[in-house]
Design a protein. Structure first.
Length: 766
């Protein structure tokens, strides 16, 4: 049976890992819990040292300690809730999440009180393991990252070990039963086992059996179509549909979402295009209105109406591809229905007097998208922007359409156009509006520094309005974008925090935290341009793509979600054949180029490969495990399992394991001493005396046992003549066992006859 020390080590280790899981998971929610978890680990170490050296608390005293700790936790929790309500510090945390976090704190504080009991019975250990398991489940529901996953794995292994030892000690009678329950009969094989056993073999067997059953079952189980049940905490992740892309008040650590957002296939004259730029931007939504850190689509505020350099593109349901010129190729999109508005290669390229460059693939053929008059297109070509229910040809799980596109000489410029419309000034006013005065102060300072350093000409600013002249808007916009992307004072991070929530997030970003993700950089540039009279909007979409095994086919993941700026550059070019200047949209990306690379470096050169491997596999098989990934995993498993070399390796490993096991058994038989026949003789003496109630006590030597039996036999007249038989028998046993003397046959016969006489005398006397 395992020793008490080994059992206590396993129990304390399991509870300590549970506290670590809770403290780590709740660090971002309630940082105090992390410090209390650390204090609890210190309390565990102290209790482990004192448990076998001093007398611990009685049941009553331990219950009082638990009550005091529990009441303290409730008082602290009530104060914390009041403080949260007044200060609204954790904007991402709902009340259910906070209550769950406080329940985790209650579990942490209750464990030491339970361990401090003087005499713990089986029910106490079940309570301790139950609290540890609930705490780990709570941690798994709050946190979802590789570190927490590893802590849970370590806890699971330690818990299996501790419960195995608990079973062995309970079966051996070493653990008190629950009060009121009968004491179980000790199992002989357990009580006779060596105290040096660690119970690792039995625990490892349980773990291997559970893993062999659970892992294949997990791999083949379909992913639930419903969202993960959480405590109300929004998932702060990199993705197009994530709230933090429009709400800059969101805080927390952004998590990479490797789910596929959409697929795109590139073709040139029917042949796969395999050199699609990995820096390609995919436009999604245009955001125009900024209010207190939140970007809004604002449908009532339309973008300025424009007229292409010639005529409006023709809307023709019988769609045929337009001729965009040299370098034209076709992009075919397959977008899930959750992204119903679709995505396009940025900037959208069109040609006057020709059909729309975008068309939907329907069972009845290609249907061209409708020109909206502001440089964008919508996928209903019949003039209806909304239809409920959707036409059957659009009501599918995947939305498929194609875009004819070609790269411009300047890939950040849209085709030329002229501004038009009766409400032109009103629409321009909307995208010039800057509601954050401190941003104008920052932009003005940057503009002055650029003029002083010669990066911009002195005449670029109007001396009356102190704003850049229209003809310099493009240079100023590009200079501002370059400033944000390269200044060392501003850094990229996916750890989003708010330190001064009484001010606007962009003001805080530019003047205080000076760190943020792409939405903060893009928002800052948009407002800086507006503060200088340059119309600008923020664009949400994706940047980048990954080639697949199929030539010309690419996937764009949610982790590629990105934000940038589109600035309206008025009167951009001199007149060409007309008396009017044309304008363009200029795409600007102010996010530092090395942001994604630098942010992902979470370790040094030695640990980074292991960390990257762990993060990749955790996302693939745990956090983002999908039906497609399940299919690929099963295909890869079947492929690897049927390869000749892998089968040969598996057979060799199995044969080697069987051979090694046989050798170890043979070696063990050789090293195990054969039982001495004299030990069997002593066992016969014990069996004979047991009829009279004589049995060796724990720790009693054979001579002490024989002496005690002889004294008792002398007191009985029926056995007085054979009272010396136990002493003679033990004396002969010692001479043969330890004196290395030969045992003559006549001596054996005498002892045998004397033992028979003792048995007979005992039978007569009782």
């Amino acid at each position: 049976m395992p020793t008490d020390t080994v059992f206590r080590v396993s129990t304390y280790l399991t509870l300590a890992l549970s506290c670590l899981c809770i403290g780590y998971a709740e660090w971002d929610v309630l940082p105090e819990v992390g410090f209390i978890a650390f204090a609890t680990l210190i309390a565990f170490a102290v209790l482990f040292r004192l448990e076998t050296r001093v007398e611990l608390l009685s049941i009553t005293a331990a219950n009082r300690l638990g009550l005091i700790l529990g009441l303290t936790t409730f008082v602290w929790g009530g104060g914390r809730l009041i403080w949260e309500k007044r200060h609204n510090e954790f904007q991402n945390m709902s009340w259910p999440l906070m209550l769950a976090a406080m329940f985790g704190l209650l579990l942490i504080t209750a464990m030491p009180a339970k361990l401090a009991r003087r005499e713990k019975h089986a029910g106490d250990y079940w309570w301790l393991h139950g609290m540890g398991l609930v705490g780990v489940c709570l941690a798994g529901a709050i946190a979802e990252d590789p570190i927490c996953f590893l802590l849970i794995v370590f806890y699971s292994v330690s818990a299996a070990w501790s419960l195995s030892l608990f079973h062995l000690r309970q079966a051996g009678g070493a653990i008190l039963p629950v009060p009121g329950k009968s004491i179980p009969t000790p199992i002989g094989s357990v009580t006779a086992a060596s105290g040096r056993q660690l119970g690792l073999r039995r625990a490892a067997g349980f773990i291997l059996v559970a893993a062999a059953a659970a892992i294949p079952l997990y791999l083949i189980t379909p992913r639930s179509p419903y969202e993960k049940l959480t405590f109300g905490q929004p998932r702060v992740e990199i993705g197009f549909a994530a709230d933090q892309m429009t709400d800059l008040n969101q805080t927390g650590d952004l998590k990479a979402n490797e789910a596929v957002a959409f697929e795109v296939t590139a073709e040139v004259n029917g042949h796969p295009k395999t050199d699609l730029s990995q820096e390609q931007r995919w436009r999604g939504r245009i955001l125009k209105q900024y209010v207190k850190g939140v970007w809004r689509d604002s449908p009532e505020h339309r973008l300025p109406q424009i007229v292409p350099s010639t005529l409006y593109p023709i809307v023709n349901p019988a769609w045929s591809p337009p001729n965009l010129g040299a370098g034209q190729f076709t992009l075919t999109f397959t977008v899930p229905s959750r992204h119903w508005n679709g995505f396009h290669a940025d900037p959208i390229v069109w040609a006057g007097e020709q059909t729309s460059p975008i068309a939907t693939l329907t069972p009845s053929g290609l249907r061209g998208w409708r020109w909206l008059g502001d440089g964008s297109f919508f996928w209903f070509s019949d003039g209806s922007l909304l239809s409920n229910p959707l036409p059957k040809e659009y009501d599918t799980e995947a939305f498929r359409y194609r875009q004819e596109w070609r790269p411009e000489n300047d890939p950040d410029l849209s085709p030329p156009f002229r501004l038009a419309g009766l409400n032109l000034e009103e629409s321009l006013r909307t995208i010039r509006n800057n509601p954050v005065p401190k941003v104008k102060e920052y932009a003005g300072t940057v503009l002055e520094e650029m003029i002083r350093d010669g990066k911009l000409p002195a005449e670029c600013r109007d001396p009356i309005h102190l704003l850049p002249r229209v003809q310099f808007h493009d240079k100023v916009a590009s200079a501002f974008s370059h400033h944000l992307a390269t200044t060392p004072n501003l850094t990229y991070t996916t750890s989003l925090h708010r330190e001064m929530k009484n001010i606007d997030p962009i003001e805080e970003f530019l003047f205080h935290t000076r760190a943020g993700h792409c939405e903060r950089f893009a928002s800052a540039l948009t407002l800086m341009l507006r503060s200088q009279g340059i119309p600008a909007v923020m664009v949400l979409g994706f940047k980048g793509c990954e080639p697949t095994e199929e030539p010309g086919k690419y996937v764009v993941r949610e982790a590629h979600a990105h934000a940038w700026v589109a600035a309206l550059i008025q009167e951009f070019e001199p007149p060409t054949g007309t008396n009017q200047l044309v304008s363009r949209w200029r795409s600007l990306d102010p996010t530092p180029i090395s942001s994604s690379v630098e942010e992902n470096k979470t370790g040094n050169a030695w640990t980074q490969p292991a960390v990257s491997w762990l993060q990749s596999h955790f996302r693939t098989y745990i956090s983002e495990y999908s039906g497609e990934q399940r299919r690929r995993a099963l295909v890869e498993l079947a492929t690897h399992a049927t390869r000749i070399e892998n089968l040969a390796i598996a057979v060799s490993l199995i044969a080697g394991a069987v051979l090694l096991r046989g050798l170890l058994r043979h070696r063990r038989r050789q090293l195990t001493p054969r039982p001495s026949p004299h030990a069997e003789w002593f066992a016969r003496l014990v069996a004979a005396l047991s009829t009279d109630g004589f049995k060796p006590t724990p720790g009693e030597t054979p001579l002490e046992f024989a002496t005690r039996a002889a004294v008792a036999l002398r007191k009985n007249a029926a056995t007085v003549e054979v009272a010396e038989v136990p002493l003679d028998w033990v004396e002969a046993y010692y001479e043969s066992r330890f004196g290395d003397k030969p045992f003559p046959e006549n001596r054996r016969a005498t002892l045998e006859s004397r033992l028979e006489a003792l048995i007979a005398a005992l039978a007569r006397g009782y």
